[in-house]
Write a protein that binds this ligand. Structure first.
Ligand SMILES: *Cc1c(COP(=O)(O)O)cnc(C)c1O
Length: 383
């Protein structure tokens, strides 16, 4: 029986020949392809700068560092995300806290955010950075979060790992109109891939310069930036403690080639979402309201069941039929590592309720109509 994963990459012959071209060239890393990809990406999202890296996790880490996040600081993010959204704060020695989600979009609840900010201001525990996660490539209300950031003085890093090709207010996510930086992932299950890879987009020159340095050992080769003035042609200097988080030229060439297809792929995904919407018809199944997903890149298509028991049974039924559905996400605060930091079940009840009742159905650019039909039929026959 055919196996249908929940997400997968789409690689064509042009992608392959682009990678082969780089393999035969002089540079496998730190050559022209990385710069090209960054230029193409910043043009695609209309940001001033783009800084690539070897993963969204690395990009989140260096974006936090570029905003001088330290051990006295707090970061708030969504509990309905991959652990990387919170780990970036912990890498910097900062503390992390979460804002519960809402059930229409599964993004952070802005009313709860505002209440939490009011309380934190009284208690002197305001966050330095908030990392909104655009679940499924469906933007949080960035205008509202931006307005709050002006009142409560926090920085904003968008975790846009799901969002290549997505829009907010008819502008591409990544334009950073309402944030300091925006982070993308090119892991193979995401909208486009470089194998592993990540990108920061920003309009801030300081963010650009610091992130570029942090990505490569904290080193600069720009003579204008040297602390010790030297004319020696071999000279470079390490100015801060950075990492080797660089993307390879091989990956970047794949990225540039994939990027050309993203807008079309997002259209395919949108079509798949509306087909599920039309074909799934089971009184026990709640579909997402597509009205709340305008501009989404439709990284995930989530259905919900009335309770955990029904959810688990439908999950098993689909898996038994080789439909490799998944659950996004195990709430970050419920992982043992976070339990050790003091987080407990019950702290973010909406996220936990969502986790117990949700299933992510297969959605990817090459998913065929007949597969959508098969999946919908299994769901419709389920009771
Ligand atoms: C995939 C993902 C990440 C991590 O991306 P990598 O490129 O695998 O490091 C972070 N946040 C979210 C929301 C993700 O989906």
């Amino acid at each position: 029986m055919k196996v249908i994963p929940y997400g997968r990459q789409l690689i064509d012959d042009i992608d392959i020949s682009e990678v082969v071209r780089v393999l035969k060239s002089d540079f496998l890393t730190q050559g022209p392809e990385v710069q090209n990809f960054e230029k193409n990406f910043s043009k695609f999202v209309s940001s001033r700068y783009a800084i690539s890296s070897n993963s969204a996790t690395s990009s989140l880490h260096i974006a936090c560092m570029a905003l001088n996040l330290g051990s006295e600081d707090l970061v708030w993010t969504s509990p309905n995300s991959y652990v990387a959204s919170a780990n970036c704060a912990l890498y910097c020695g900062a503390k992390v806290d979460f804002i519960d989600i809402e059930l229409t979009t599964f993004n952070i609840d802005i009313d709860k955010l505002e209440l939490k900010l009011k309380r934190a201001k009284k208690e002197g525990t305001l966050p330095k950075i908030i990392i909104p996660v655009h679940f499924s490539g469906n933007s949080c209300d960035m205008e509202k979060i931006y307005d709050l950031s002006k009142i409560y003085k926090f920085h904003i890093i968008e975790d846009a790992s799901h969002c290549v090709g997505a829009n907010f207010n008819s502008k591409k996510i990544g334009s950073c109109e309402f944030s300091d930086a925006c982070i993308f992932s090119f892991h193979p299950v995401k909208i486009m891939t470089t194998g592993e890879g990540g990108m920061i987009t920003t309009n801030s020159e300081e963010m650009y310069k610091k992130s570029t340095k942090l990505r490569s050992h904290g080193v600069t080769k720009e003579s204008a930036d040297f602390i010790n003035q030297q004319n020696n042609p071999w000279y470079f200097e390490q100015q801060i403690l950075g990492f080797n988080y660089r993307m390879t030229d091989i990956a970047a060439a794949l990225g540039s080639s994939q990027l050309k297809k993203v807008n079309q792929w997002v259209e395919y995904r949108k079509r798949i979402a509306s087909k599920y919407d039309m074909q799934i018809d089971n009184p026990n199944v709640t579909k997402i309201n597509l009205k709340h997903f305008i501009g989404s890149s439709h990284h995930l298509y989530v259905i919900r069941l009335p309770n955990k028991d029904l959810r688990d049974r439908l999950y098993n039924e689909l898996r038994k039929n080789n439909i490799l559905v998944n659950i996004h996400y195990i709430p970050i605060h419920l992982h043992p590592y976070f339990a050790n930091l003091g987080f407990k079940a019950g702290m973010y009840p909406v996220c936990e309720e969502y986790y117990n009742t949700a299933i992510s159905l297969p959605i990817f650019a090459s998913l065929e109509d007949k597969d959508i039909q098969i999946i919908s039929e299994i769901i419709n026959n389920f009771s």
